[in-house]
Design a protein. Structure first.
Lengths: 111, 110
């Protein structure tokens, strides 16, 4: 079992651009959550997807959007990138039987 | 609303010494508590969790934590640390949605 896999591992974008990050959940998990971890801080919850719907959302602007596919994989999209969006983006998958498992993250740098 | 306060941003300790990383939480609903470890440039790995039952929870790598409802605390302990325990540790509260503390960097010195 490969666990939770995220791609890409690193990414550099320019202010104003758009970015898409991808996540494949652990086998048997049907719920995907996304977190933003700024440098020197704890992860902050962005949103969660279950049954292809956004189930919960944290305090993030509408520039942050997501999608879940029928195979439970997920994408995080960020539009109109700001310098402050530079962070490690973590994907976590879970199920009603098992707690959250995290991927290795995608390091996004906005220049 | 739920929140977590990790009382120490950094904890230096010598190898083979005991360590305690402190965590206080606030929650208006059922309390599920977690400790995660993060090595440099990596994701989060679950060390241990409290969902219900015994207040003393044992995890991986020799770590344990005690849930104290009256003090709203969930401190992490290890009786003897190794150099390889050097990492950042996060306390979290929640179920589907996790609320994390700011983290504690554990620096183990030889």
């Amino acid at each position: 079992d490969a666990g939770v896999t995220q791609s890409p591992t690193h990414l550099i974008k320019t202010r104003g651009q758009q970015v898409t990050l991808r996540c494949s959940p652990k086998s048997g998990h049907d719920t995907v959550s996304w977190y933003q971890q700024a440098l020197g801080q704890g992860p902050q919850f962005i949103f969660q997807y279950y049954e292809e719907e956004e189930r919960q959302r944290g305090n993030f602007p509408d520039r942050f959007s997501g999608h879940q596919f029928p195979n439970y994989s997920s994408e995080l999209n960020v539009n109109a990138l700001l310098l402050g969006d530079s962070a490690l983006y973590l994907c976590a998958s879970s199920s009603h039987r098992e707690e959250a498992f995290f991927g290795q993250g995608t390091r996004l740098t906005v220049v | 609303a739920q929140s977590v306060t990790q009382l120490d941003s950094q904890v230096p300790v010598f190898e083979e010494a005991p360590v305690e990383l402190r965590c206080n939480y606030s929650s208006s609903v059922s309390v599920y508590l977690f400790w995660y470890v993060q090595y440099p440039n990596q994701g989060l790995q679950l060390l241990l969790k409290y969902l219900s039952g015994s207040t003393l929870v044992k995890g991986i790598n020799g770590f344990e934590a005690e849930f104290n409802k009256s003090q709203t605390s969930f401190h992490l302990r290890k009786p003897s640390v190794h150099i390889s325990d050097t990492a950042e540790y996060f306390c979290a509260v929640g179920g589907n949605k996790l609320v994390f503390g700011a983290g504690t960097i554990l620096r183990v010195k030889s």
